[in-house]
Design a protein around this ligand. Structure first.
Ligand code: SF4
Length: 343
């Protein structure tokens, strides 16, 4: 049976018509699921018993359970979900002054083994279905203390552009006024630099934000931090980003994790500013490394972080500094899953 939250409104209308039901009921069902967070057909009280029976015969609704929920002292909430096949995935709710960001996973595990990421450490299991992606958003919206989800970022476990079709289907539902109604500009797809996916995304006509995990301005360093760099090296990646900008007129954000002794010296800032200097519509998001037990990486001293940022700004590059969140609840991507994987 198909999970009903894989369907767009139009697809659900068609499915209901095929079952001899009135197509306008689809909007009511969408309202129960997406506007009220109800994941049980029997609780959809304004639907007839006959229609609820039809739904139960043809569709499933909820596909996984909350295995663990941790709350950080900074308000960040981390969910560990157990999928039907027992795989574990993570999602995080991150409240800030004027927004609540949901960070969601696109795959169970990850094949790209970035040198600072606990998700890559545990290896790849499988792609998530679009329903499994959407269900994370439902839980973040309705089961977290923050509730009002305003932004969604694909920065949890997995490489979203490696699960392109399911991620795009989920993005369209997150964006749909009939479902979550979160503006495309508030949805971020973050990639480790899969050029074919970036090229494909540039032709979708979507206003989503693209974020690229860069983390180094030279191939030698990036090869160790983001091993897929050996397939899609920096010059080709930067060229693809420039093409993306000119085709979409959208900004690209480059994520740059600052790791002491690896990529955080002023010379690294200099190299980065030269590389991005002639790229209009780009921004660098600096993230002091989140200490991960499984790796021996540490963030630089605060003065060095600020000097790195200020150097970029002095060179005319937009640079922001992101504070690590949820450190006390294994906030870094994949940490919680890794700790629970063998339990
Ligand atoms: S950073 Fe992203 S692409 Fe790299 S291993 Fe982690 S989840 Fe995979």
């Amino acid at each position: 049976m198909k999970n009903i939250i894989e369907l767009s409104l139009k697809e659900l209308e068609e499915a209901l018509t095929a079952e001899g039901q009135e197509p306008f009921r689809a909007k009511q069902i969408f309202s129960w699921i997406y506007k009220k967070g109800v994941l049980d057909f029997d609780r959809m009280s304004d639907l007839s018993v006959d229609l609820r029976d039809t739904l139960k015969e043809n569709f499933t609704l909820s596909g996984f359970k909350i295995a663990k929920k941790l709350q950080s002292s900074d308000g960040t909430e981390k969910f560990l979900f157990e999928l039907e096949d027992k795989n574990l995935i993570e999602a995080v709710s991150i409240p800030a002054a004027s927004r609540v960001t949901g960070c969601i996973s696109s795959q169970a595990g990850c094949k790209y083994a970035c040198g600072f990421c606990a998700s890559g450490k545990a290896g790849f299991k499988r792609n998530l279905t679009s329903a499994e992606i959407i269900e994370q958003v439902l839980h973040l919206k309705y089961d977290s203390a923050a509730k009002d989800l305003t932004h969604v970022v694909f920065m949890g476990t997995g490489e979203p552009l490696d699960n392109y079709d399911n991620v795009l289907r989920a993005v369209r539902l997150i964006n749909s006024p009939d479902a979550f109604n979160i503006g495309a500009r508030r949805i971020t797809i973050s990639t480790c630099g899969l050029i074919p996916g970036i090229e494909r995304l540039s032709k979708e006509g979507l206003q989503v934000e693209l974020s690229v995990s860069l983390h180094a301005a030279d191939d030698k360093t990036r090869d160790t931090l983001v091993p897929v760099n050996k397939i899609y090296p920096i010059p080709a990646l930067i060229a693809a980003c420039k093409d993306y900008i000119s085709l979409t007129d959208r900004q690209v954000t480059f994520e740059y994790i600052l790791i002491d002794g690896v990529n955080s010296a002023l010379q690294n800032a200099r190299d980065l500013s030269i590389m991005l200097g002639n790229m209009h519509l780009c921004k660098v998001n600096l993230i002091p490394a989140n200490p991960v037990e499984e790796f021996s990486i540490v963030p630089p001293q605060e003065a060095q972080v600020l000097a790195f940022r200020d150097y970029l700004i002095d060179q005319g590059i937009t640079a922001t500094l992101r504070k690590p969140r949820g450190v006390d609840i294994q906030g870094a991507c994949g940490q919680l899953r890794l700790k629970n994987a063998d339990k």
